[in-house]
Design a protein around this ligand. Structure first.
Ligand code: PLP
Length: 372
């Protein structure tokens, strides 16, 4: 069976070594020594000034909105994982969808300004599949209208923009360290705020607001992570270079194998060095996608329809109290034709060749006029 992804599994004895320390210290959570070590190692590896590790990437988004005091409407992408939108609604904010760019699949800066109104407080944009948004243009629009910018950089471990870590951009960036991500700690997330005062606020917020055993800096929640997760994160992080190299190799191999067939790849944003966390391909029609998907499934190969349907279709955003959803035709056109191919560390060249062979053969065999 070939699933769309598999978690990277580090050396068991490396983990056991850290586990032993945790066991005998009897310090399992609450900013323990392994978590602190992991946080420092992550900061060094990513080349950022500061980072706060959290329980997951969804909490990172929720804390971001709180830390920036967002109110009212937030302009966002309809093409992302559900957490990007659900966390806004969860925090009492109104998502306002802006259509995507047909090549990069990220929010289209051309279409942001027409959606800004007096209730808009921020832009929440996802760097989809590890390929950055047009950061310069988004930041310029945000500056013009006095909006905050949050980048959902959940997919972006190792992605660079203009040679710099992508987490340095926007007011806040968030990362997921979930087991499905190339570099992970099973369940985890991280948050990067540009303003040190905001980062400090997040530090207190993520631990119930405590600034001492009997005193509180403000409102907070439990968004902490544990020593067990941090230990797993530490041993995975040791392999980050090879994990990322392997992702590039897999993406380049698929591109080579599938070039000339009736599908297209994600367009990479200018100035972005992507991490190839995913390998999305777009077919000419949904019909073609469904044929290929079922042909692959017959061979126990399971790609995923990331992201389908669009987030504008979520039942809780398509209704009152939110404004009438705006049309997002590019999203509709892309989301029904896109699929992510299996991509994980152990996926070998033969398996990639087999996947490509089935795709090419299915597209050729089906004598369907795939009218776009
Ligand atoms: C774009 C995006 N945002 C947010 C999340 C949520 O991250 P987590 O699963 O760590 O809560 C994910 C997770 O897959 C994601 O892909």
């Amino acid at each position: 069976m070939i699933p769309v992804t598999k978690p990277f599994v580090p050396d068991y004895f490396d983990y056991q070594h850290l586990l032993q320390g945790i066991w005998f210290r009897n310090w399992w959570t609450n900013n323990g020594p392994v978590l602190q070590q992991y946080q420092q190692a992550l900061q060094d590896y990513l080349g950022v000034d500061s980072v706060q590790i959290l329980g997951n990437g969804t909490l990172a988004l929720q804390l971001a909105f709180r830390a920036l005091d967002l109110k009212g409407k937030v302009l966002t992408t309809p093409f992302s994982y559900v957490a990007t939108t659900s966390s806004l609604v969860w925090e009492g904010l109104e998502p306002v969808f802006v259509d995507i760019n047909p090549q990069t699949f990220n929010i289209d800066p051309e279409k942001i300004e027409e959606r800004v109104d007096e209730q808009t407080s921020a832009i929440l944009a996802t760097h989809c599949f590890g390929n950055t948004c047009d950061i310069d243009r988004i930041d310029a629009i945000a500056k013009k209208y006095g909006l905050k910018v949050i980048y959902d950089a959940s997919h972006c471990f190792g992605t660079l923009y203009k040679g710099r870590p992508v987490f340095e951009f926007g007011d806040i960036s968030t990362l997921s360290l979930h087991a499905t991500k190339p570099v992970h700690c099973v369940e985890g997330g991280a948050i990067f705020a540009r303003d040190p005062q905001v980062q400090e606020r997040i530090f207190y917020m993520h631990n119930f607001g405590h600034d001492g055993p009997e005193s509180y800096r403000g409102l907070g929640i439990n968004a902490k992570n544990s020593e067990l997760h941090a230990a797993l994160g530490m041993v995975v992080l040791k392999h980050a270079d090879v994990i990322l190299e392997k992702r590039s190799e897999v993406a380049a191999h698929y591109q080579q194998l599938l070039s000339g067939s009736r599908l297209s790849f994600q367009g990479i944003q200018e100035h972005c060095s992507p991490n190839h966390a995913y390998v999305p391909v777009v077919f000419e029609t949904e019909e073609a996608l469904l044929h290929v998907k079922s042909a692959l499934e017959k061979h126990q190969i399971y790609p995923r329809r990331y992201f389908y349907p669009g987030l504008n279709q979520l039942p809780y955003v398509a209704t009152a109290p939110f404004s009438e959803p705006t049309p997002v035709p590019v999203l509709e056109h892309v989301s029904k034709r896109i699929i992510c191919l299996p991509t994980y560390f152990e996926l070998d060249a033969k398996q990639r060749e087999e996947i490509a062979r089935i795709i090419i053969q299915t597209l050729e065999e089906k004598e369907i006029v795939y009218s776009a």
